[in-house]
Ligand binder design. Structure first.
Ligand code: PLP
Length: 349
């Protein structure tokens, strides 16, 4: 998680809220929702926030908003709206979302599938341009593909998508659920290219590692197409979620976490880069989001992966003297160095 495990400010915000109003339904308007929504909207430079709970719900919300916008604003004929997505995507596990996944384990045997999606190669903005028709309502992509293995698109990809969407009157929806909120060293992964999408889909870190909190953030001309009573969630924006979400936004406003992710990413990249060619085939790092690929077979011997895990590579971690419960889930440069040493042992270099 972008703020580590049990960040004291986040624990305090939720603990305080537990002494007030807790998990109530949306019908109950708490005094927590407005400050959270206002702060998140400001962080994103947008006007509206639609709070949900899980990432998949935020994606589903984005799809519904795009379709409603397509019919009500763009004028697409009823039932014809289409959304362009990228190969290798991972946007969640609902029946609609797996309908446009190309990962067999996510999709197979869960049909019949929801129609209305066109899949194009990831990283190729011109493929998006070519796939757009008069029925296209939106382009939905991850600014960096997370589950696909930290796939960082070529520089300029997001900027070009923005241009294409502007030219063709199509919404640009950025799924920042994994890469957003400080993780890649910027507040939003789209900031890496100075790009602002029409809708941000946020989740994961928005709940600070404490609660599931997600949201869709956009301007009134897009997100405002949803009319009262058309969409919602019992627990979306509940007082606990809003309390922790507000603190998350406040932490991000300091810039400290973005800076930390940048520094740790640069540190790790420097340590891993020399291993390329020694069994490591690729190092892909964007702030605190990274992937190191190794040649098949390399590192699977007696001192292989299981051994590395046993020694703690992805295991229990070391208690921190200041807070034994926070453990190594709050990673430090020295622990990254240690992990690289374990990797070297596994690779035999
Ligand atoms: C980019 C992206 N979108 C959506 C999701 C789905 O989020 P959730 O598991 O909270 O439904 C994920 C989860 O890994 C993700 O990485």
């Amino acid at each position: 998680m972008n703020f580590g495990h049990r960040h004291p400010a986040l624990v305090a915000a939720v603990t305080e809220q537990l002494g007030r109003v807790t998990l109530v339904s949306r019908a109950f308007q708490s005094d927590r929702l407005e400050p959270f929504a206002a702060a998140l909207a400001e962080l994103a430079g947008k006007e509206l926030v639609l709070p949900m709970n899980t990432g998949a719900e935020a994606v589903e919300t984005g799809i519904k908003v795009a379709r409603a916008w397509g019919y009500r604003v763009k004028g697409i004929a009823e039932g014809r709206a289409r959304i362009i997505v990228a190969a290798g995507n991972f946007h969640g596990r609902t029946t609609t979302i797996v309908s446009f996944s190309d990962d067999e384990s996510a999709r197979d045997d869960f049909g019949p599938y929801t129609p209305g999606f066109d899949v194009v190669p990831y990283g190729d903005a011109e493929a998006i341009a070519a796939a757009i028709t008069a029925d296209t309502a939106a382009v939905l992509v991850e600014p960096i593909q997370g589950e696909a293995g930290v796939v960082i698109p070529p520089e300029g990809y997001l900027r070009r998508i923005r241009e294409i969407c502007d030219e063709k009157n199509v919404l640009f929806i950025a799924d920042e659920i994994q890469a957003g909120l400080g993780r890649v060293g910027e507040t939003f992964a789209c900031d890496r290219e100075g790009v602002v999408p029409d809708l941000y889909l946020l989740g994961k870190a928005l709940g600070g590692g404490i609660l599931p909190v997600s949201a869709v953030v956009g301007n009134t001309d897009v997100l405002g197409v949803i009319r009262p009573g058309e969409h919602g969630s019992t627990f979306g924006g509940n007082p606990l979620a809003a309390a922790v979400g507000l603190r998350v936004v406040e932490l991000l406003q300091t810039g400290e976490f973005q800076e930390r992710a940048r520094a740790l990413g640069a540190h790790l990249e420097q340590a891993l880069a020399p291993l390329i060619g020694t069994g490591v085939t690729a190092v892909r790092i964007a702030g605190a989001l990274g992937r190191c690929r190794h040649r098949p077979g390399k590192g699977h011997g007696a001192r292989g992966r299981r051994e590395a895990l046993r020694t703690g590579c992805a295991g229990e971690g070391h208690p921190r003297p200041d807070d034994p419960h926070r453990a190594t889930l709050v990673i430090r440069a020295t622990e990254l160095d240690w992990a690289v040493e374990q990797l070297k042992l596994v690779l035999g270099v």
